[in-house]
Design a protein around this ligand. Sequence first.
Ligand code: GMT
Length: 383
Amino acid sequence: MTYKIGITCYPTVGGSGVVATELGKLLAERGHEVHFISTSLPFRLNQTYSNIYYHEVEVNQYEVFQYPPYSLTLASKMAEVINRENLDILHVHYAVPHAVCALLAKDMVDKDIKVVTTLHGTDITVLGHDPSLKDIIRYAINRSDKVTAVSKALAGETREMLQTTAPIETIYNFVDERVYREDSFQEDLRGSYHIPEDHRIIIHISNFRPVKRVLDVVQAFSVIQEKLPSVLLMIGDGPEKTLACQKAEELGLTNQVIFLGNQKQVVDFLNISDLMLLLSEKESFGLSALEAMACGVPVVGTDAGGIPEVIVDQKTGRITPVGEPDKAGKAGLEMLQKPEQYQAFSDNSKQRATEVFSTVKIVEQYEAVYEAAYRSSTLMEGG
Ligand code: GMT
C-alpha cells in the first residue's frame, strides 16, 4: 500500500535532515507521495524528483512576539497541508518542536492523521536534561502514534531519562549505496590538496560542536603522524573549529591538518581516505561513520551512544573510550600498520554497511511502521 506522507525535518546540513530527506526520496521512488514541510528546501533535494512536493514554512516576525513563532507557523502549515493534500501520515524528525507541532496540527484537522516521530539524539541527550522541556518531550513521544529511534542506545536512554510509556522501535540510519561506494577515480583530489602519494589520509566529518571533541581528533592524529606520514582532513564547520586550528598549530601540525569547511560531495573525500576518526562524547548513531564504512574506510570511534552499534570493535574498526585520544590514535596507527588487518576491516566495513544498514531493509522497516500506524485507525474504526 502507498501513502501520502508529510515529512518535517531541519532542512540544513545535519544527519537528521540527511536521513529524513534520503528517506523521502526512497519512499517517493517506491510510489508514495511525499510532502516536505520545512523552512527551506532540504539541501539533499538537489534535483527534480517524481512524487515529491515541497511546502515552505514562512516564519514572519511580529513586534508582539519576542521570538519568531516557528512552532505555531509550522503547526498551522502542517494542518493546511494535511487538509489540502489529504495526507495519511506525518513523519516528523525530532520530538521538539516537530512532534509537538504535528500533534497540534492533528488536533486542528478533522482527519485521523497518524504521527510518526523519529528521535535523532539531541532532543533526548541534550534537551531531555532541561527540566523546562522534559515534560513536553515526554508528551510528544507518548502521544505520537509510532516512535522510532536511530539506535538501541538512544531508545534505551529515552526510556530511562524520560520514563516514556510509548513503545520505541529502533530503526537504524542508512546511506544510499548508489552514492556511498568505493570509487577509485579520485586521485586528482589528492593532488589538488598537494597530498604526497606516500601519505595516509585520515578524515573527520562533523559540525564541530563541543560534543564532537574535535580537539581529541587532532590529538589522536598527532599520535598517528608521529609514526606514519599522514594528513588529517577536517570537514565541516562549527563552534570549535577555531580551537581545533589552534590545537593543530600548537602541535606543529599546521601543514598536515587541512580544514576544508562544509563540503557537498563528502563521498569524494571519503574515497581518498584511509581512516576516519569519530571521537564524540555523545552520538546517537554517527551517520558519517556509516558513510565512511560504505566506502570501505574503517573508523576509530568512541564508546558513546550508538557508535558501537555501527562500528564493530576489532571487525570493522576500533572502539576506544571517550576522552582518551592517545588510545584512539594508537588504535588507528595499529590498524594502518597491519595491512592484512586493515584490508579485513575495510572489507568488513563495506559488507556491514550494505547488509545491516541497506537502504531497502531500512525503508521497508519505516513502511512497516506506517502500515501499523495506519492500520491501527482502520481497526479502531472497524471496531
Ligand atoms: O550530530 C549532530 O550534531 C547533528 C544531529 C542532527 O540532528 O542532525 O545528528 C544526530 O542525528 C544523526 C542522524 O540520525 C545521528 O547520526 C547523529 O549521531 C546525531 N547526533 C548526536 O547524537 C550528537
